[in-house]
Design a protein around this ligand. Structure first.
Ligand code: IMP
Ligand code: MG
Length: 189
């Protein structure tokens, strides 16, 4: 398959992402097993839409009783920079009171989205809130928050593929790549 023309550089192939995701799933599974977390008390909350490919891989390797839930929280509004105040567009459909929650995120940049979601989930009475992210851009952080587990730490560049979008597109690329933002300025879809 030919690389998409908006790709500047491929950072991680599908195989590298799957291998790393399997490691994360096993590590996190051991964490919950070591804590003797009861059946059905781990609630995996995927942050749509970016979490889809990562979460789909993750749950295949996560051998522990769990329930899956999703939230849509937007803060980007289509561009390449965070706009500030996040907004919940799809809320939880189950009670998470006294549950162990694992948030599954595609990428942490400023940290604003994650901080907001983490506070929200704590406010709903979760017993514990942990976070796994596929990618982390620590240089972009404007609020103090970190994931408990992260797949890959990357530079402060705009990346696409494997769930990550530019303007709702390119989520289907089977790799993670740095986006050629100069080309984007004159790009016609
Ligand atoms: P934050 O609130 O700045 O941490 O941004 C988190 C959200 O912004 C992520 O869940 C992504 O949806 C989006 N995002 C952050 N960086 C990128 C990127 O490089 N490419 C695509 N989406 C991104
Ligand atoms: Mg996005």
């Amino acid at each position: 398959m030919k690389n998409h023309p908006l790709v500047k550089e491929i950072l991680f192939s599908k195989e590298e992402i799957e291998t790393r995701t399997k490691q994360l799933a096993k590590e996190i599974e051991s964490y919950y097993k070591s804590k003797n977390v009861n059946e059905n008390t781990v609630i995996l909350i995927g942050l749509l839409k970016g979490c889809i490919p990562f979460m789909a891989d993750f749950i295949k390797y996560f051998d522990h009783e769990c329930q899956t839930e999703y939230m849509v929280v937007s803060s980007y509004l289509g561009g390449t920079k965070t706009t500030g105040e996040p907004k919940i567009n799809l809320d939880l459909n189950i009670s998470i009171k006294d549950k162990h929650v694992l948030i599954i995120e595609d990428i942490i940049d400023s940290g604003i989205t994650l901080k907001y979601v983490k506070n929200y989930i704590s406010f709903k009475g979760a017993k514990e809130v942990k976070v796994v992210t596929l990618l982390d851009k620590p240089e972009g952080r404007t609020v103090k928050i970190d994931a408990d587990w992260s797949g890959f730490v990357i530079k402060h560049e705009f990346v696409i593929g494997y769930g990550l979008d530019y303007d709702e597109r390119l989520r289907n690329l089977p790799y993670i790549a740095v986006c050629d933002v100069d080309k984007l300025k004159v790009w016609k879809w």
